[in-house]
Each structure stands twice: as structure tokens, then as C-alpha cells.
Design a protein around this ligand. Structure first.
Ligand code: ZN
Length: 587
């Protein structure tokens, strides 16, 4: 008996049982045919299988000769099932997804993505798990149409599907139940808020909805909120730990009202929808002051809003908490204790550079000295530090601010970013005349931070005399401590990190739980590449050597590269192979 196609006649769908018994040989042959494995691989895996009792697919993945995805594809072919397309989960009706209880979905690595009558389409990592199939069938009272997906994809789908399904299902309820805990300090808001509430009672749900969007984002530590119009609905997404997640999907009829509400809050022109606008407001939530910077963008479906949330009180200011290794911590601290010179941090936007600089500043703040910052914009407010906002429109540039600041008897100067020659020159001169200067530069790694300054037009000898320390950094997500479990990473991914480093290592990832909202990650940790400017490096810089040559020398002298830092965080189970892949491929 064999039937994987959806049926409407009430007959149960099961997987061909003869293939379960005799499938192994054919499965191996399929992989051979596809060129995924060699005959030797197959023989070795079959032998391994005999001693471990694993499935052939597992044995091949564990031996590192096939990936989970290749196995899933071959399994689908063998069983005449379709391969699950992860994208389909985004179009799934939340009600269909919720047909399988979340706990059961996670237990069996199975996710429902469509339902027609009593036929439920389910993607499974292991379509041969008859116990799982029975259980799901019993719980849902549906016939199953099964597709095959690899475990990573399915778990990803489960995380996404239940997250947005739950949000969607409780949507109306959430609007009704949202308590107005949000106190906005902007006076104009109060005015309009009152006016609105008085004259337009009908708008109350919109006010509550926008409050809910903000309050939930703040509660979840989101750094950004995106409100995007689609043809038929509005999608609200939060960026949490660097990744965007769908949350609410309000119906289209709410679209204009939501946008107008946010525009009123942030003092933007309500009538203007054709050009990009920006504005801001402040929110107080559970004793935390949040700066909200709003920008709008006219898209083909209407205006899109991006809200950046800056939690001015969130900053703890402890260098020890940044996740430095012991040598990095010592070197960073000693550079900060020098009375003059430059400390440069590099990395892309969102790599935690500001946090590192602020942590350094708050440590220095214990001493009796005058600390002044130039920032674009000021992100966190620090006690007893003079913080200045850059405002290019008003002519308050980094260079101009720096000139003014130097007349203010500073000891320590923090410059948000060095991005032009004038600022670079002023910063270098300050560092050479008895000031400690902290700043950031846009560069890929530590060595190219030095060459970047020279490319801007600074003489190499000035760079080497001013700069004491350069640090490149990235942020990666931390495995959720509440649902961590061992797993087998994608073999290709492992290859790019250097497989030999991981011999016999047990890899860790989060399977998703309530604490991490099914994401498997909670919070982020920094990866650092700290380069001390040694006499040998000074010589190479003076000879105008390339960043590559500088880096090779530094590695010879014991530089812990970003990639090495990533490998270490995988080895100690802080993060996953997949999470550091981008960093590994950079180098
Ligand atoms: Zn978790």
C-alpha cells in the first residue's frame, strides 16, 4: 500500500512499508547516482551503521560525507515525497500551523503548513518515524500529506510559524488587552493624544495597537521596528539580536491609521507621503527611557516606517562583560590607561562598536579627568561625561566639533567615527598632543584599519606614532541557555571553519523554547581581533605594506583573528557553526 497524495475519501495516508524494510540499499544507490557520495563512503557508512545502529542517512551525515539537506533530498526521492520548501511556511495560514500542538511539532521535528478539508500538509525531518506520524494523526484527526525537509529547516520553520501564528491568533485580543504603560515625554504628543482621544474614540484601538507594537518591542529588547505595507496586510517586524522577526500582521485597513499615529508621535508631516521623512520621540517604559528615531520611505505599496530604539538606560558599562578573552581584556585595559594615543575599533554597523567604546569610557570615568564625546547620534547617556551630538545639517560636523572640543581642556576624547581626512588629522594630532582618543573606523579587520587611515591621506609615521591599539569586532548570537542541546552541524559549514579543529567536539545549539521564543538564541556576544602595534608592525607600516602583509605578521606574532575568535566560541558552545559562518567566509 502506497499513498502520499492527498486523498479526500477518508483513507489514511501512510508511507510504503516495504520501502521501510528494504529501503536501505536503494537509498544508498540513490546517493551514489546523485554523485553525493562515493562507493567507498557508502561501504564505510554501512559498516559504521552496523556498529552504531544509526540510520544510513545519519551515518553518512555523521561521517561528514553528506549534508542533512542532501540526505533529505535523497529520502524524498526514495519515498516519492516532495522536498519541503522552507519559504512555504511564510505563506501558511496560522490556523493550519496550529493544528499540530507546538510541543508535538518540536518533539517530532514536524510542521504543518497547509490544510485542505481533513488533509494536513506536514513537513517532517524523519518521514519514516511511524510513531510520530501516528501521534500527529491522532492529535490532529487529519490525514497527512508528508513532505521531507532537513531538520535545521524544519526547526527554523517551527520557530517562525508558531511565533507568528501565536501573535496572529491573539491579535484582536492583544489590542483589547494592551495596557497603556507607555508614557511619552514629548509635549506635543500629549496635546494631540488628548485631542485625538477626545474627538475620535474610534481611533482608540489604533493608539493601543501602536503602543502595543512599541511596548512589546521594548520588552523583547528589539533594536528596530519595521512596519511594512504589503498588498493585503501590514507586517510588523522586530530586529532582535541582529535578526528580523515577523510579529504582528495587522489587516490592511489599519495601515494608514498606524502610519499617521506614528507620524503624529514623531512630529512628522502627516500629509506628506511621497518623500522620505524623519522624526523622533521619547518613550518611557518600565522606568527606562527609550529614544525612538523614526524614518519613513514611500514604497509602491505605501509608506514603510523604520523605528530605531535606543535604550539610554540599558548600558551596563562593564568591560569584563563584553566577552573578551583574558589577553584581550588585559591589552585593551592597558591601552586605555595610557595618557595619550589612539584606540580604534572597527567593524560594520551593528557590530557593537559603540558598546565597546562606552564600556571603555565608563571604566575611565572613575579617574579624575575630563571626558568629552562627539557622537552621531548620542546613543547612551553616561553620567559625568560631556556628550555632544553631531548635526551635519546644521554644520556641526565631527571636524568642527573636534576643534571646539579641543579648546575645552579635554583629557579623553571619544569620536563616534573617523570618516574623512580632516577629522582623521585632528584626531591624530590630538592623540599626539597628550590626549587619549577613542574612535571607530569602517574597515574589515584590524590590519586594514591602519591602512584605511593611510588611504585617507594620513602619513604612515603619524599613524604609527598615534595609534596604540586597533580592534576589529563582530557580534554573534548566543545559544539559548534554556534549550541548548547537542547537534551535528552542516558539514560544508564546518569545512570552512577548518574541520580538524573540531575532532570529537560536541556541538551546541538551541532547539527553541519559551524563553527564546523558539529562536534558539538569546542575546549576543562579541568576537574580537585585537592588534597591538608592535615595533615590527610599525616597520611594515612605514614601508607602506598592504593590510595582508600586516595581518600575516600579526598572526605570526600571535594575533587572535576574528575567525579564530569565532572558532573558540563554537568550541565552548557559546554559539553555533551556522552563526559564525559569515565571519569565517570573510577571511
Ligand atoms: Zn531557548
Amino acid at each position: 500500500m502506497k499513498s502520499q497524495e492527498p486523498r479526500s475519501d477518508g483513507e489514511q495516508v501512510i508511507v510504503d512499508s516495504s520501502k521501510l524494510t528494504f529501503g536501505t540499499k536503494r537509498f544508498g544507490e540513490l546517493l551514489l547516482e546523485d554523485g553525493v557520495i562515493s562507493e567507498d563512503d557508502l561501504i564505510a557508512a554501512l559498516e559504521r551503521q552496523r556498529s552504531t545502529g544509526e540510520r544510513l542517512g545519519e551515518a553518512l551525515v555523521n561521517a561528514g560525507v553528506a549534508t542533512e539537506r542532501e540526505i533529505a533530498r535523497a529520502l524524498a526521492r526514495q519515498l516519492d515525497l516532495s522536498v519541503f520548501d522552507l519559504g512555504r511556511i511564510n505563506e501558511a495560514d496560522p490556523e493550519d500551523v496550529l493544528t499540530i500542538p507546538e510541543a508535538m511539532a518540536r518533539k517530532y521535528h514536524a510542521v504543518a503548513f497547509a490544510k485542505e478539508g481533513r488533509t494536513l500538509s506536514v513537513a517532517m525531518a524523519d518521514p519514516l518515524d511511524l510513531l510520530a506520524i501516528d501521534d500527529i494523526r491522532g492529535a490532529t484527526r487529519c490525514e497527512l500529506r508528508i513532505e521531507v525537509g532537513c531538520r535545521v529547516d524544519i526547526d527554523d520553520a517551527i520557530g517562525r510559524a508558531y511565533q507568528s501564528a501565536t501573535a496572529g491568533a491573539h491579535f484582536e485580543e492583544a489590542i483589547e488587552g494592551a495596557k497603556l504603560e507607555l508614557g511619552v515625554t514629548d509635549t506635543r504628543y500629549d496635546e494631540i493624544d488628548e485631542q485625538e482621544l477626545r474627538s475620535k474614540a474610534a481611533d482608540a484601538p489604533i493608539v493601543r495597537l501602536v503602543d502595543l507594537i512599541l511596548a512589546q518591542a521594548i520588552a523583547e529588547r528589539a533594536t528596530d521596528i519595521h512596519i511594512e505595507p504589503l498588498t493585503d496586510r501590514v507586517v510588523v517586524r522586530y530586529r532582535i539580536d541582529g535578526v528580523l522577526y515577523d510579529t504582528l500582521t495587522p489587516p490592511k485597513r489599519f495601515r494608514d491609521a498606524i502610519m499617521v499615529r506614528i507620524k503624529i508621535l514623531s512630529d512628522m508631516d502627516v500629509a506628506e507621503r511621497r518623500i522620505p521623512l524623519d522624526g523622533r520621540f521619547t518613550a518611557r517604559f518600565e522606568n527606562r527611557d527609550i529614544d525612538v528615531r523614526v524614518s519613513s520611505l514611500p514604497t509602491v505599496y505605501g509608506e514603510k516606517m523604520a523605528l530605531r530604539l535606543l535604550d539610554r538606560s540599558a548600558f551596563a558599562g562593564d568591560i569584563a562583560k563584553l566577552g573578551f578573552g583574558p589577553e584581550t581584556l588585559t591589552a585593551f585595559r592597558s591601552a586605555l590607561l595610557k595618557p595619550y594615543g589612539m584606540v580604534l575599533i572597527s567593524g560594520p554597523t551593528g557590530s557593537g562598536k559603540s558598546t565597546t567604546l562606552y564600556s571603555g569610557l565608563s571604566e575611565l570615568n572613575r579617574n579624575a579627568c575630563n571626558i568629552t564625546t562627539l557622537e552621531d547620534p548620542v546613543e547612551y547617556h553616561l553620567e559625568r561625561i560631556n556628550q555632544v551630538n553631531i548635526n551635519n545639517k546644521a554644520g556641526m560636523t565631527f571636524a568642527r566639533g573636534l576643534r571646539a572640543l579641543l579648546r575645552q581642556d579635554p583629557d579623553i576624547i571619544m569620536i563616534g567615527e573617523v570618516r574623512d581626512l580632516e577629522t582623521a588629522e585632528l584626531a591624530i594630532r590630538s592623540a599626539l598632543t597628550g590626549h587619549l582618543v577613542l574612535s571607530t573606523v569602517h574597515a574589515n579587520d584590524s590590519a586594514s584599519t591602519l591602512t584605511r587611515l593611510i588611504d585617507m591621506g594620513i602619513e604612515p609615521y603619524l599613524v604609527t606614532s598615534a595609534v596604540h591599539l586597533v580592534m576589529a569586532q563582530r557580534l554573534v548570537r548566543r545559544v539559548c541557555p534554556d534549550c541548548r542541546t547537542s547537534y551535528e552541524p552542516d558539514q560544508l559549514a564546518l569545512e570552512s571553519l577548518g574541520r580538524e579543529r573540531f575532532e570529537g567536539v560536541e556541538f551546541t545549539r538551541g532547539v527553541g523554547c519559551k524563553q527564546c521564543k523558539g529562536r534558539g538564541y538569546r542575546g549576543r556576544v562579541g568576537l574580537y581581533e585585537l592588534l597591538e602595534v608592535t615595533p615590527e608592525l610599525v616597520q611594515l607600516v612605514l614601508e607602506n605594506s598592504s593590510a595582508g602583509v600586516l595581518k600575516a605578521k600579526a598572526v605570526e606574532q600571535g594575533l587572535v583573528t576574528l575567525k579564530e575568535s569565532a572558532v573558540r566560541k563554537v568550541l565552548d558552545g557559546t554559539t553555533t557553526v551556522e552563526e559564525v559562518l559569515a565571519i569565517a567566509s570573510e577571511s
